[in-house]
Design a protein around this ligand. Structure first.
Ligand code: AMP
Ligand code: TRP
Length: 329
């Protein structure tokens, strides 16, 4: 039997998981579990690079673990762990930093965007963020990195860092590939459909994975659309309707033209009502699973501890190899 591919990805413990995260990343993570060796990480160290509250960090990490499990990650098949519990991540970050030109970091879109948004806190960690992400990925000799579109530039940089390192110090790292979902790699904001759905852009612009029915209905009914009245997919001219159609299609597993046909001559209101109903039904199992897991924090902590042990064993092997090749051991 050919060797299974290894998959690695991560999500920060900031904010709640929204359907953009789910459709762009988590849904792929879940489907890879059947055919690959998967390692999924709660990247707490990355989340320190913007303003945050140390008092609530632990709780947010636990919430993210509950969310992972409720969404369908299976700890029997998959390694789930917290980044800061495996020190190899920070150690490899330093080693990789000498193979990373500063200019490459300064041109990262996310660095520029976050610097603009937080002008009072442009810290060195924010600049070095992609090196830590490269360390996450490269420590596990990762083949595949399933992410949303906004992360492709970081994975591309990871490949460059790995190639540069391998060339200078000898073969050390597997070169990873990005895998984007066919559709849903960029779900847009409900309020401003020209921008991606993002938890930092306000509560009403996102539908959360564990959102209650009433609030789903309210947000979908209030979603921004254009002044026309046709339910037709046109990304440029009708970005709001295009986004809602994409969401409808992905949660119903039906093609967009089929949905357009069903809603031909129907109003935006009818379309939105049905979309809200669909989301309420499709998200119900997630809400239920989450309620089941709440109160089982001790069990979840054991899953994370075991995950960190397993991850640490793999990561340390790569770290040792990197140090040896750099002349450190
Ligand atoms: P973040 O919450 O920004 O740490 O992102 C976690 C994962 O969700 C990453 O793989 C992102 O690429 C993906 N993601 C975030 N926002 C969206 C979106 N609006 N549409 C699709 N994927 C997204
Ligand atoms: N930077 C990613 C994001 O904001 C999260 C992340 C950190 C990640 N390390 C990773 C994603 C490694 C994939 C692989 O979404």
């Amino acid at each position: 039997m050919p060797k299974q591919k290894r998959v690695f990805s991560g999500i920060q413990p900031s904010g709640e998981i929204h359907i953009g995260n789910y459709l762009g990343a988590l849904k792929q993570w879940i489907s890879f579990q059947a055919a690959a060796e998967c390692i999924y990480c709660i990247v707490d160290l990355h989340s320190l690079t913007v303003d945050y509250d140390p008092q609530t960090l632990k709780g947010r990490i636990m919430d993210k673990a509950i969310a992972y499990l409720a969404a369908g990650l299976d700890p029997k098949k998959t390694i789930i762990f917290v980044q800061s519990a495996v020190p190899a991540h920070t150690e490899l970050t330093w080693l990789l930093s000498v193979a990373t030109p500063i200019g490459d970091l300064q041109r990262m879109i996310q660095y520029k965007e976050k610097s603009k948004k937080n002008p009072d806190n442009i810290n060195a960690g924010l600049l070095n963020y992609p090196i830590l992400m490269a360390a996450d990925i490269l420590l596990y000799q990762t083949d595949i990195v399933p992410v949303g579109k906004d992360q492709t530039q970081h994975v591309e940089l990871t490949r460059e860092i790995a190639n540069r390192f391998n060339k200078r110090f000898g073969q050390t790292f597997q070169i990873p590939k990005t895998v984007l979902p066919e559709k849903g790699a960029k779900i847009m904001s409900l309020k401003e459909p020209e921008k991606k759905m993002s938890k930092s852009d306000g509560y009403d612009s996102c539908i959360f994975l564990f959102e209650e029915p009433d609030s789903i209905r309210k947000k979908i009914m209030a979603a921004q659309t254009d002044s026309g009245n046709e339910i037709r997919y046109n990304q440029r001219r009708k970005p709001g309707i295009a986004n809602l159609l994409t969401i409808y299609s992905l949660f119903s597993d039906r093609a967009i033209p089929e949905i357009e046909k069903e809603f031909k001559n129907k109003s935006y209101k009818t379309f939105k009502e049905q979309l809200a109903q669909l989301l309420i039904e499709q998200l119900k199992p997630f809400r239920e699973k989450k309620k089941e897991l709440q109160g089982k924090e001790a069990l979840i902590q054991t899953i994370l501890d075991k995950g960190a042990q397993r991850a640490g064993r793999i990561a340390n092997q790569t770290l040792e190899k990197a140090k040896k090749n750099m002349g450190l051991v």
